[in-house]
Design a protein. Structure first.
Length: 259
């Protein structure tokens, strides 16, 4: 998905996509490690889907491109997705992940097996201790559940509870545009369906979540990692995973799904 890239040469970069969506990324963390931070513009408020590792302040970088109240929403509570949440006044997460955000440990945020000096482009930042670093604890201000609506005033996203990668993993779907923010439930890159290594992952729940996504008529997928992709690739990625697990996957025609 083509966009317009900007960067101040600092920690964060920015790329404007279509439909009022901007990708923010941590420039000095390798692509295999960093998550995508998605800034969505709304009439009444802006939405930030995930906040990265938060090794440098994020809020001022986003506010410089916003001008509206900001909501920081977590697709799930792994360390590469919630590191900057403590900076924001509104911090939303699924109820099954709330305890981790309140009391993060290196184990429950998967920092212990994930964070390392090799994740940086070049050397680690001065003074950074990969063996001791942890997410900053913060209290969620809204607990999300299946069927909730994230209302930005002029646009609305449906909350889809999609456990498996973690118990409270969610995706957000906007019917008006066909945009799906998929978090780590699905992405199109190395280990696209291989992030099932963590202590609270559940492969059977994950398969059910992937099968459920076959019912979601996404046209553009903004994933938690790697690049965005369209409807055809979305169906192919889902179908390939289901075929590996249990045989033929999603019907190619959305009209046939659920039949």
């Amino acid at each position: 998905m083509a966009g317009f890239r900007t960067s101040d040469g600092g920690w964060y970069g920015r790329e404007r996509m279509a439909d009022g969506v901007t990708l923010i990324w941590e420039r000095h963390i390798k692509p295999d490690y960093r998550c995508n931070i998605w800034h969505v513009r709304g009439r009444d408020r802006d939405l930030l889907v995930d906040t990265g590792f938060g090794l440098e302040p994020l809020r001022a970088f986003v506010e410089a491109d916003s001008g509206r109240p900001l909501v920081a929403l977590a697709s799930h509570s792994h360390c590469d997705h919630i590191g900057g949440h403590h900076e924001f006044d509104e911090r939303w997460v699924h109820g099954d992940e709330a305890a981790i955000m309140r009391a993060p440990t290196r184990d429950n945020t998967v920092a212990a097996p994930y964070v390392c000096d090799d994740m940086f482009v070049g050397a680690a930042p001065p003074g950074f201790d990969s063996a001791a670093w942890n997410v900053t604890a913060t209290e969620p201000t809204r607990l999300l559940a299946e069927g909730d609506v994230v209302d930005l005033g002029d646009r609305a996203f449906e909350v889809l509870h999609a456990p498996g990668h973690s118990p409270g993993s969610i995706a957000l779907f906007e019917p008006a545009t066909g945009i799906l923010f998929s978090g780590d439930v699905v992405h199109d890159g190395p280990n696209g369906f291989g992030r099932m290594l963590w202590y609270h992952s559940d492969e059977d729940a994950y398969l059910e979540s992937v099968e459920r996504l076959c019912e979601v008529p996404a046209q553009t997928v903004h994933a938690g990692h790697f690049h965005s992709f369209g409807a055809d690739r979305y169906r192919t990625v889902l179908d390939d995973y289901i075929a590996r697990r249990r045989g033929p996957g999603c019907p190619a025609d959305p009209a046939l799904r659920g039949s």
